[in-house]
Design a protein around this ligand. Structure first.
Ligand SMILES: O=C(O)CCC(=O)C(=O)O
Ligand SMILES: [Fe+2]
Length: 474
């Protein structure tokens, strides 16, 4: 048998993107035996050792394995390099893929399952269930070290995890390039100029002409969407959550929100609790007088303060939020003497905060220095039930069936009340047996032949059973 020789024909580095590494067995050219797509990037690699092993398989025939030890510089999600080794059986293409699957590439599986079709979307109505995010568990510190030791984390990643566990936030310096930020902001302003994006007029002082903050501009501005779906950022959010990140919402703004401190979990909530991460991306150097983001390190370890505890009914949501929730948070800050930090980033820096970290937009101090250009992205974890505790509604990512027009048509009392139809249905209507649209017996029976076969009246069936079973209307 000729001495096996291997060369690797590999990749020019494509920073931060998946690259393909190909290595070919040249003494006997086979197919392209190793062709592995790795999630991050290789910068350089060399083959260091090679071994041939012959093992007897269960069938009695020998099977061959050619082992190579590759040394590679892996570009991590932060753009840092780490020397890694992997032992690869080049006869088995799949093994490389397995080697590079990160531990957080999975979704949340709640310990107590719920029926999302009948579940009210209030924190108090969900079971008290895990799993908790890995960095919120009592053994988080040990887990970080164990994963570092097992080379599942780089030292840089471990340091981010340690800080997240301790302080509930991290800052990434110079994460986005000035070119990307300028192009994104120009695209955002172009949509404003054309009238496609209409910022609310929210003057915060006399003579304030800056546009108000806009929700979900990523639906209209492709470049904002690119930032929400940025691969490197998703990698970091996933690392912090311990599961795949689900990009959810963006808020773009020219100035401070002047919003009092809060935890995002009352606005953007998850079951199980705690699977939210937000990032705040600075589009310019932020001046201390412009009303910078204020946050309280360590406050993420306080118990989650949700609507039920303050007796906030969903139908008075924001009124009670102002009169009960915000004072309660101010109270927490003074009782626990929580230190206030102000985020004074340079353009391109990003601050990421934990689901329960208290933060807000501080007051502007100087009308001549109010520009504070930023985009905030909010991420959930895949697999959670995502909702808005304050208003008792599912989050749009839940994609539950609801037909606004049909609901208004069949529920004239709702139409007359002026209540938002979706809000009425999800918080009240469905518990009164109302249906999420226009009910048509014929299409219901067609969609559910078992109901037709049983000879039960379609509408009666839906109200008594179908809705609880999550059956579709048609
Ligand atoms: O930028 C601010 O002023 C506050 C942002 C905030 O609280 C959020 O987006 O969750
Ligand atoms: Fe917030």
């Amino acid at each position: 048998m000729p001495k096996p020789q291997l060369t690797w024909v590999a990749g020019a580095s494509v920073a931060y993107k998946t690259v393909t590494v190909r290595y070919t067995y040249i003494s006997k050219p086979l197919k392209n035996v190793g062709n592995s797509n790795v999630p991050l990037g290789f910068r350089a690699a060399h083959l260091s050792t090679l071994g041939l092993s012959v093992v007897k398989s269960a069938s009695g025939f020998p099977s061959f394995a050619i082992f190579c030890r590759f040394e590679v510089d892996v570009i991590t999600s932060l753009g840092l390099t780490r020397r890694a080794f992997f032992l690869s059986n080049v006869m088995n293409d799949q093994s490389n893929k397995r080697n590079f699957k990160r531990f957080y590439e999975k979704t949340v599986v709640p310990e107590v399952p719920i029926d999302v079709d009948t579940q009210p979307f209030r924190h108090k109505d969900f079971p008290d269930s895990g799993p908790h995010p890995w960095l919120d568990r009592p053994d988080a510190k040990e887990q970080i070290e164990a994963r570092l030791h097992a080379q599942e984390l780089t030292e840089e990643e471990a340091e981010l995890c340690r800080k997240w566990e301790r302080d509930g936030y991290i800052i990434l310096k110079g994460f986005f390039s000035h070119e990307q930020l300028d192009a994104t902001w120009a695209a955002y302003e172009a949509e404003i100029a054309s009238g496609n994006v209409q910022p609310p007029n929210e003057p915060l002082f006399e003579g304030d002409t800056l546009p108000g903050r806009v929700l979900n501009t990523h639906f209209k501005v492709g470049k904002v969407k690119e930032m929400l779906f940025d691969d490197r950022m998703s990698g970091i959010v996933s690392l912090l959550l311990g599961t795949r990140a689900l990009p959810f919402q963006t808020i773009s703004g020219h100035k401070s929100s002047e919003q009092l401190q809060h935890s995002d979990s009352i606005h953007m909530s998850t079951y199980p609790t705690g699977y939210l991460v937000a990032n705040w991306i600075a589009f310019e150097d932020i001046h201390p007088d412009s009303g910078p983001l204020v946050y309280h390190p360590g406050s993420h370890k306080l118990p989650y303060l949700m609507s039920d505890e303050l007796d906030i009914p969903f139908d008075v949501g924001y009124k009670a939020y102002k009169s009960k929730y915000e004072p309660a948070v101010q109270n927490l800050i003074s009782t626990h003497t929580l230190e206030a930090h102000y985020f004074l980033p340079n353009k391109g820096d990003v601050l990421l905060w934990h689901a329960n970290l208290l933060h807000g937009g501080s007051r502007m101090k100087d009308p001549a220095r109010v520009s504070r250009k930023a985009v905030v992205c909010h991420f959930f974890a895949e697999g959670c039930t995502c909702y808005h505790d304050l208003i008792g509604m599912p989050a749009s990512v839940m994609n539950l069936p609801f037909d606004t027009e049909g609901y208004l048509k069949t529920n004239p009392d709702v139409a007359q009340s002026g209540w938002d139809p979706g809000h009425h249905y999800f918080t009240t209507g469905r518990f009164e047996g109302r249906v999420p649209g226009e009910f048509d017996s014929e299409s219901y029976l067609k969609a559910h032949p078992d109901v037709a076969a049983a000879g039960i009246d379609a509408y009666t069936h839906y109200r008594l059973h179908g809705y609880k079973e999550g059956r579709s209307l048609k």
